[in-house]
Structure formats: structure tokens, C-alpha cells
Write a protein that binds this ligand. Sequence first.
Ligand code: NAG
Ligand code: NAG
Ligand code: NAG
Length: 134
Amino acid sequence: MTTGSGFVFLVLACSIAAFAIASAVKDNNFTVVHVMNGLPKSSYPLKIQCESKNMHDRLGEQVLKVGDDYKWTVEKNEIYYCQALWFRFFASWHAFQPQRDLLNETVFWVVKDNGFFHSWDNSSWVRKETWQTE
Ligand SMILES: *[C@@H]1O[C@H](CO)[C@@H](O)[C@H](O)[C@H]1NC(C)=O
Ligand SMILES: *[C@@H]1O[C@H](CO)[C@@H](O)[C@H](O)[C@H]1NC(C)=O
Ligand SMILES: *[C@@H]1O[C@H](CO)[C@@H](O)[C@H](O)[C@H]1NC(C)=O
């Protein structure tokens, strides 16, 4: 192989690799997001509405009873933003963030009276958001 064809081969191999990576991150059809209602028993229902950035993927309004687990599969590699309403409280949070969650198969959220907790394994939780009032 001459130096010239070696170079062409390298350029070709790099562009194929770059293309493969680009197509792999273009969509994300495997991360499943769970939102669980962990509010106090017999409290007001929780209403949530989620959509991806630029509304490419819109999930309708959901009413979750205590204990419900609402889940969906992420279809766009972009931020999924959710709004929540509960009694006189409201909040919004990023249910899916590509930078944070892209390589995880599952993203769990539990909504409690003291806020919104994120986990990748349904056991170690980090609070990311709290409820607001007027
Ligand atoms: C992800 O799903 C969308 C819609 O169902 C489809 O158009 C796209 O080709 C899928 N992407 C991958 C990487 O599987
Ligand atoms: C989720 O992704 C993060 C960052 O890529 C990684 O550190 C963590 O181990 C993953 N967790 C699971 C349960 O896959
Ligand atoms: C998450 O953990 C809760 C409490 O341990 C359990 O009831 C639930 O089934 C788990 N969900 C999933 C999807 O593993």
C-alpha cells in the first residue's frame, strides 16, 4: 500500500466512523423515563405534561394517582421538559437531558411533597427540583 492510498483509506475509515457515531446519537429509542407519584396518600392527583424541546415529541397531559408509574420511551435526542401541577403547587423540570441521561437505559423520577428526585437505578435518588407556589 502506498502512503497515498493509506491516507485515503484512513480518511474513509474516519468518515464512516464519524457517520456511524452521528447516526447513533441522532435518535434515542431506548431510554425509558419513569415518573412515579410518591406524594402522600389520599392527596390531590398529580398532573404532568411533558414534551421534547421544540415540541418534536409531545406527550399529552397525564393525571397520576399516588403510586402510579407513568413511563415513555425517549424518541428524540433532546431535552424533555415536564410541567407538574399538584394542589396549589407547580413545578417544571427536565425529565430527560441528553448530556446527563443519553447512555442510561432507564431514568426514574419520584415526585414527592418535598420535590422531584432523579435516579438511574430506582434506588439512589438526587433531588433536582422543588415545588413552587404563587
Ligand atoms: C427511532 O424511532 C423513530 C420513530 O419511531 C424512527 O424514525 C428512527 O429511525 C428510530 N431511530 C433509531 C436509531 O432506531
Ligand atoms: C447512567 O449514566 C451515568 C453517566 O453516563 C453512569 O455514571 C451511570 O453508571 C449510569 N447508570 C446506570 C444504572 O446505567
Ligand atoms: C422501583 O422501585 C419501587 C420501590 O422499590 C418498586 O415498587 C418499583 O416496581 C420499581 N420500578 C421499576 C420499574 O423497577
